[in-house]
Write a new protein. Structure first.
Length: 432
């Protein structure tokens, strides 16, 4: 692959020549596997502040477009420096003050989740005894918010609270390196049969059971349980997101994404490069139909990691996928966050839902433009039992060449032809 294909447009002013050359060298080092030298150079690049992260994000998107999975992983690690702590990564100097993380708003669910995760890591011997005091502080802060009637509130962290937990809250303090396995995708399912069923089903939807090999399933579940990367905290009902560029990134995840492209070339076509990997966690309970949305991709791969015995209601906990897609004229914040508009659209379009119950190691492969969402969740309480799903998105919805547009009927064009969210109100915040 040419490095020129991965670099952002070259700056022309002379005063930008030095950063451009440093970034070119950094990519060269990553491509040749000299990660220690690359990370040392990245520390120099970080002195530029936000431009460093914007450049790395742009380079990551180019690596995804080119299908360079190794470089994707390395650039994802650079981007995750935004969430660094005194414990991770080890190569960072420890005598410098920590900058604030992008998201440090306190919530009860986040405090309790992290206290549970720290306690879990302590039991495994992966964190030292200094975290016992941190766990107690987190629990005390959560209890104080509840006592003040702020169970669902998002509270700005005070200076006193930042002094107590600012070096750990919503930061990466532990990140296991989960390497590749002999084979990630289970041989128990037939790829040609899956492709035929996906393409023959008009809107594009197929369920794959026994999706991963036992080793891949076990290792990915361990990664999701141990990695302190659940930094997406703006979701309702105690849900958390973890995103590739924010630390939800390991060689095994990329191996799954790479093997999928090789196994399903007629579904995940060359026009559909990998665009995002994320994980989501649900706490004990989630009401039905609160997170209906469509995604920005062409193909969605969604699979579940949590053991089945954590699910108190085996007939629930899964996903609803509707037979209606998001109109191409809608903007992202409408088709991904405006559940009020989405529900009205589904009613008028007489949408029918397919419900897929929760099962560990089950994958739902579908047209990412179809409206979908977690239906209802009733899992055991406690950190060890949280429902965890992983999503991989391929291609752009505008480039979907496999599915007819299901919502382009002439009678809908006038009423639903265009919806743009010019503003974002907390009342219509994305609940996905």
């Amino acid at each position: 692959m040419s490095l020129a294909d991965l670099l952002p447009a070259a700056p022309t002013p002379a005063d930008k020549a030095a950063p451009a050359e440093r970034r070119r060298r950094l990519l060269t080092l990553l491509n040749t596997g000299d990660t220690n030298a690359a990370h040392a150079l990245w520390l120099q690049e970080l002195a530029t502040g936000d431009p460093a992260y914007r450049w790395a994000q742009s380079a990551l998107e180019r690596a995804m477009q080119q299908g360079d999975f190794t470089l994707m992983g390395q650039l994802g690690k650079l981007l995750a420096y935004r969430w660094h702590s005194p414990w991770h990564p080890e190569r960072l100097p420890t005598d410098q003050p920590l900058p604030r993380v992008p998201r440090d708003i306190l919530t009860v669910s986040k405090l309790r989740h992290d206290a549970g995760q720290f306690a879990y890591l302590r039991q495994l011997g992966l964190l030292d005894a200094t975290f016992d005091a941190t766990i107690n502080i987190y629990r005390h802060l959560a209890d104080r918010l509840v006592a003040a009637g702020q169970s669902e509130a998002r509270k700005e962290m005070s200076d006193a609270e930042r002094a107590l937990i600012g070096n750990t809250y919503n930061r990466i303090v532990h990140l296991p390196e989960m390497g590749r396995v002999a084979r990630a995708l289970s041989p128990s399912w037939n790829a040609r049969d899956i492709e035929a069923r996906f393409l023959d089903h008009g809107e594009g939807l197929v369920v794959i059971d026994d999706f991963l090999t036992p080793q891949a399933l076990q290792d990915l579940h361990r990664f999701a349980m141990q990695a302190t990367v659940w930094t997406g905290i703006r979701y309702a009902f105690g849900r958390f997101g973890a995103f590739f560029q924010d630390g939800f990134n390991c060689p095994l995840l990329l191996q799954v994404a790479e093997e999928l492209q090789a196994a399903l070339p007629h579904v995940i076509t060359p026009r559909y490069p990998l665009r995002q990997i994320w994980g989501f966690k649900n706490a004990d309970d989630l009401p039905a139909d609160v997170n209906l949305h469509a995604d920005f991709a062409a193909v969605n791969v969604n699979f579940w990691l949590t053991p089945d015995d954590c699910n108190l209601s085996p007939d629930t906990g899964g996903m609803k996928v509707y037979d209606v897609d998001a109109p191409l004229a809608w903007d992202f914040h409408t088709y991904n966050g405006r559940t009020d508009i989405i529900k009205a659209f589904l009613r008028e379009n007489k949408a029918r839902a397919t419900y897929i119950p929760y099962r560990r190691n089950r994958c739902v492969l579908f047209n990412s433009d179809l409206f979908h969402g977690t239906h209802e969740v009733h899992f055991k309480p406690g950190f060890e039992h949280h429902r965890i799903n992983v999503t991989m998105l391929y291609g752009q919805r505008e480039n979907d060449e496999l599915h007819r547009s299901l919502s382009s009927r002439p009678d809908l064009e006038t009423r639903w032809g265009r919806h743009n969210s010019a503003w974002r109100s907390p009342a219509f915040g994305r609940h996905r």
